[in-house]
Design a protein around this ligand. Structure first.
Ligand SMILES: C[S@@+](CC[C@H](N)C(=O)[O-])C[C@H]1O[C@@H](n2cnc3c(N)ncnc32)[C@H](O)[C@@H]1O
Length: 222
């Protein structure tokens, strides 16, 4: 029996919180995310990709750099977070192929279709998880590559604390607290499986790429 979810605030856009998040070292899960995406699909040389809830933009930049023919959109509802993404983007020199869009899902979805849709660590922030799956359904091109990753809720607060101690031992307290709260707000694989069925997305595959993440990936053929 898994622990009940404790939602956390939807946006993490207080300036200090956004800055601490942007300065944290998420290179390991972010590169895992990018490597899985590049390794899972035989991607065409060009296309349009969107990253839903892109935060400080690290994954957008890694993907744009690995996919030179692609145009990438990073969408986020947090203006402070997006300002930090703009800083990182300017430093990367990839501005001509990455657009940053300030938009709050589901009310402000951008103009699709997109050939690829990715999202990391957004789902557990949404008041209604169906928002993410419906957005994917509405933005997907006829043959769309999809990859979504987020944390998996542990069975107890003690297990969540042990994960924080293992993976964020030396991180600043604000990030350790964020990570703990995110683990408590995360969905389990079983819950995600049900969400996919309800959204008509059961063709997508659900896997566990690490001890603390689940991943949904596949091609949506319409
Ligand atoms: C935990 S961060 C993840 C950021 C990034 N994807 C990453 O992997 O580092 C979650 C992000 O989702 C954004 N967000 C939350 N609710 C949103 C919504 N309804 N529409 C768009 N963005 C949202 C937040 O502003 C925040 O930047």
């Amino acid at each position: 029996m898994s622990m009940q979810r404790t939602p956390e605030p939807e946006l993490m856009d207080a300036p200090a919180q956004a800055r601490a998040y942007a300065e944290a070292d998420f290179s390991e899960p972010n590169q895992l995310f990018v490597d899985r995406f590049l390794g899972s699909f035989d991607l065409p040389g060009a296309g349009r990709l969107i990253d839903l809830g892109c935060g400080p933009g690290d994954i957008c930049i890694r993907l744009a750099s690995a996919l030179p023919g692609w145009v990438v959109t990073g969408l986020d509802a947090g203006p402070n977070m997006l300002a930090l993404a703009a800083e990182a983007l300017a430093a990367s020199g990839l501005q001509s192929r990455v657009d940053l869009v300030l938009a709050h899902l589901p009310a402000e979805a951008p103009q699709g279709p997109f050939d690829a849709i990715v999202s990391n660590s957004l789902l557990h922030h949404l008041p209604d998880p169906a928002t993410l799956w419906q957005t994917i359904n509405s933005l997907a091109a006829a043959d769309c590559y999809v990859q979504v990753m987020d944390l998996h809720r542990p069975d107890s607060r003690e297990q969540a604390q042990a994960m924080v101690d293992e993976h964020a031992a030396d991180a600043p307290e604000v990030l350790r607290q964020d990570f703990f709260n995110s683990l408590l707000a995360a969905y389990t694989g079983t819950e995600v499986h049900e969400q996919l069925a309800q959204a008509g997305l059961s063709d997508l595959e659900l896997t566990c790429p690490s001890d603390r993440h689940w991943m949904v990936s596949g091609r949506l053929r319409r």
